[in-house]
Design a protein around this ligand. Structure first.
Ligand code: GTP
Ligand code: MG
Length: 223
């Protein structure tokens, strides 16, 4: 019974997500889907990232939250259009919601689309949104047991950002244990240590991201 209900939803999602991916590819837009527990630092990280790179790339942001639009307001910057989606009772964004959000953007004028998913470490990773990269943020205040407790999320990640490293000495979080547990679940994942409140800590990640944005641009089919 449970399977009968869930399967068509996920199947429908996959079909819409494939269409979205095709649109993103046609326009050479690099897309990442940012996932974490509530309060791990997604919006803070994006504020720093956008401050650092919005002079060089045309950026669009779609933010998912159950209610309110405070995050989209925080991420609205010159040259950056930020759209807030309210999911009401849903604990994740799905591809149909992204398709609606995209109606606000001119896809021919974007290099990077950022999706800040609803704060939740379980549901969002099951819904493909047509993205090129899933980024998971794990903050040190959540505890280093989270990779083993939520393995599916870490298994599906392309990148993990260990955040709030400025607070590590106030916690019993072991960065080495977290790294080793994440790699045992997902050997190929890239891990960066950051402090989202300090933009300079994002430099290594930004170099990695810029390579991916340029790679995607070069894949754009010529008309
Ligand atoms: N000390 C410290 N605080 C941080 C860091 N990153 C984020 N914060 C704080 O953590 C709190 C939550 O940050 P947000 O960026 O709003 O987190 P979020 O993941 O976007 O939250 P939701 O969208 O509600 O899921 C804020 O008070 C931030 O200032 C960090 O690197 N160090
Ligand atoms: Mg947020």
């Amino acid at each position: 019974m449970k399977v009968k209900v869930v399967y068509p939803i996920l199947k429908g999602n996959e079909e819409i997500a494939k269409d979205l991916k095709e649109k993103f590819d046609r326009n050479g837009i690099f897309v990442f889907n940012l996932i974490s527990s509530p309060g791990a630092g997604k919006t803070t990280f994006l504020e720093g990232l956008i401050n650092k790179i919005s002079k060089f790339y045309r950026i669009g942001v779609i933010v998912g939250d159950i209610e309110d639009s405070v995050d989209a307001q925080r991420l609205s910057k010159p040259n950056v259009l930020s759209v807030q989606l309210n999911t009401k009772s849903a604990c994740h964004l799905d591809a149909g919601m992204i398709r609606e959000g995209l109606s606000f953007f001119d896809l021919t004028k974007l290099d990077l689309l950022i999706i800040e998913n609803v704060g939740n470490l379980v549901c969002p990773s099951d819904f493909y949104l047509g993205e090129d990269m899933k980024i998971v943020i794990l903050s040190v205040t959540e505890g280093d047991d989270k990779p083993k407790k939520y393995p599916n999320t870490f298994f599906k990640a392309d990148v993990v950002l260990i955040n709030k490293t400025d607070l590590v000495s106030f916690t019993n979080f072991s960065v080495d244990k977290a790294r080793s547990d994440i790699h045992s679940i997902n050997p190929s994942v890239k891990i960066f240590e950051i402090q989202a409140t300090k933009e300079e800590s994002l430099v290594e990640f930004i170099m990695f991201l810029e390579q991916r944005i340029k790679w995607k641009k070069n894949q754009k089919p010529s008309v």
